[in-house]
Write a protein that binds this ligand. Structure first.
Ligand code: NAD
Length: 357
C-alpha cells in the first residue's frame, strides 16, 4: 500500500470563483474521503475540499492519470474491489464521496459490460457496507445520466431529463444499469441502516486534466485531441452523423454542485449538468474555432454514438440545492482545448526525441 501525506501544491486552473469559500472555511474541519481521487472529477473535488480546510484522504487504484498536482492530506493506493481495503479507506472518516469506478466514454462503455458491472458492483457494495460499519456520517454516490431510459432519448431535440424520468428503467448500457442498481442499494442502506445518502447524476463533465486519449475519453476531450493533432488545414472524423445531441458541464461547476448536494438536506438523486443542448457537430465547430485552424469534418456512421439526444433538467437542483452551472461551453472548452493541445505537443516532442535517440 502506498501512502503519501500532505500533498499540497498550488496552481489555479479554475474558472469559477467560489463565493461560498469563506462560509465553509468557518465550519469545523471534517474528515473526508474521496474515492477515485486519482481520476478526473475526484482529483478536482479533493483539491477543492482540501482548500476549504478539510482533512482529505484520497484513494485510488492508480495515480498515473493526467493530474498534474494532487491536493490532500493522505493519498492511499488501494483497490476498492476488496472488502479490507474499503474498511481501511473509510476508517475515521465523516463524509465519503464515492467516485471510484471502472468507466470511460461511449466507445468503452459500449464495448465493455461484464468487467464494468463486476468491478463497480464490488466497489459500491463494499464501500457502502464499510461506511456503515465505520459509522460514516454522510455518503455521496457518483451516479450518471446513463441511468435514464433509452426510450426518452431517441430525439436529437431532447427534452431535459428529470430525475423521476429514470423509471420505468431501461438504461442504454450495462454501466447505466449498474449505476441504477447502486442508487437502489443506497436507498436500501438509507432505509434499513439510516446511512445518510446523497446521489448526484453527472451529465458529461469535462475540463482540463481529464482522460483525452487511450479509448476511455469522452466526446469533448476526444474532439479537442483530434483538432489539436490535425494539420492546418486538416480534417477530423466525427462519430455518427454529428446530429446526436448532449449537454456538457465544466468541471469547476460540477465540483461546486457536488459539494453543495453533499451539504444540503436533499437526499434524493440530483442531476448535475448543463441544460444547454448542442449537437456533436456544434461541439466540434466551437473547438475548431478555438483552435484557429481551418478544419473540415468527415463522418463515420459505424462508430459508437450512444443515445440520439440527451439533456439535463435542472429544476430540482436549482430549487432544492440552489446550484446551476456558471461556465459557458465556450469558456470551458477554451481551457480544456489549451490543456489538451499542450499535452499533445509534449507527447509529440517526446516521440520526436525518441525517434532521434
Ligand atoms: P475517472 O475514470 O477519471 O475516475 C474514476 C477513478 O476511479 C479512476 O482514477 C480509477 O483509477 C478509479 N478506480 C477504478 N477502479 C478502482 C478500484 N477498483 N479501486 C479504486 N479506484 C478505482 O472518471 P471521472 O470522470 O472522474 O468519474 C468519476 C465518477 O463520476 C465515476 O463514478 C463516474 O462513473 C461518474 N460519472 C462521471 C461522468 C463524467 O462525465 N466524467 C459522467 C457520469 C458519471
Amino acid at each position: 500500500m502506498y501512502v503519501h501525506k500532505d500533498f499540497m501544491q498550488h496552481k489555479s486552473i479554475g474558472l469559477v470563483t467560489y463565493e461560498t469559500k469563506l462560509f465553509w472555511k468557518s465550519e469545523h474541519m471534517e474528515h473526508i474521503l474521496v474515492t477515485g481521487g486519482g481520476g478526473f472529477i475526484g482529483s478536482h473535488l479533493a483539491r477543492f475540499l482540501y482548500q476549504q480546510g478539510n482533512f482529505v484522504r484520497v484513494v485510488d487504484v492508480k495515480f498515473d492519470g493526467y493530474i498534474q498536482e494532487r491536493y490532500c492530506n493522505e493519498s492511499l493506493e488501494l483497490d476498492l474491489r476488496t472488502w479490507e481495503n474499503c474498511l481501511s479507506a473509510t476508517k475515521g472518516i465523516d463524509k465519503v464521496y464515492n467516485l471510484a469506478a471502472n468507466m470511460g466514454g461511449i466507445a468503452f462503455i459500449t464495448a465493455v459490460g461484464a468487467e464494468v458491472m463486476h468491478d463497480n458492483v464490488l466497489i459500491n457494495n463494499y464501500m457502502l457496507e464499510a461506511s456503515r460499519r465505520n459509522q460514516v456520517k454522510r455518503y455521496l454516490f457518483a451516479s450518471s445520466a446513463c441511468v435514464y431510459p433509452t426510450y426518452r432519448q431517441t430525439d436529437p431535440n431532447a427534452k431535459g431529463l428529470k430525475e423521476e424520468d429514470a423509471y420505468p428503467a431501461d438504461p442504454d448500457n450495462f454501466y447505466g444499469w449498474e449505476k441504477l442498481f447502486t442508487e437502489k442499494m443506497c436507498e436500501a442502506y438509507q432505509r434499513d441502516h439510516d446511512l445518510d445518502i446523497r446521489i448526484v447524476r453527472y451529465h458529461n463533465v469535462y475540463g482540463p486534466e481529464g482522460t483525452y486519449a487511450g479509448g476511455r475519453e469522452k466526446s469533448p476531450a476526444a474532439l479537442c485531441r483530434k483538432v489539436a493533432e490535425a494539420s492546418n488545414p486538416g480534417t477530423i472524423t466525427i462519430w455518427g452523423d454529428g446530429k446526436q445531441t448532449r449537454s456538457y458541464c465544466y468541471i469547476d461547476d460540477a465540483v461546486l454542485g457536488t459539494v453543495m448536494v453533499m451539504k444540503s438536506n436533499y437526499d434524493k438523486p440530483t442531476n448535475i449538468g448543463s441544460d444547454r443542448l448542442v449537437s456533436i457537430d456544434e461541439l466540434a465547430d466551437i473547438i475548431i474555432k478555438i483552435s484557429g485552424k481551418y478544419i473540415t469534418k468527415k463522418y463515420d456512421p459505424r462508430a459508437p454514438q450512444g443515445v440520439r439526444g440527451r439533456n439535463a433538467d435542472l429544476t430540482i437542483v436549482r430549487k432544492k440545492i440552489g446550484w446551476e452551472p456558471k461556465v459557458s461551453l465556450e469558456q470551458g472548452l477554451e481551457k480544456t482545448y489549451k490543456w489538451i493541445e499542450m499535452q499533445c505537443k509534449k507527447a509529440s516532442t517526446i516521440a520526436g526525441l525518441r525517434d532521434h535517440a
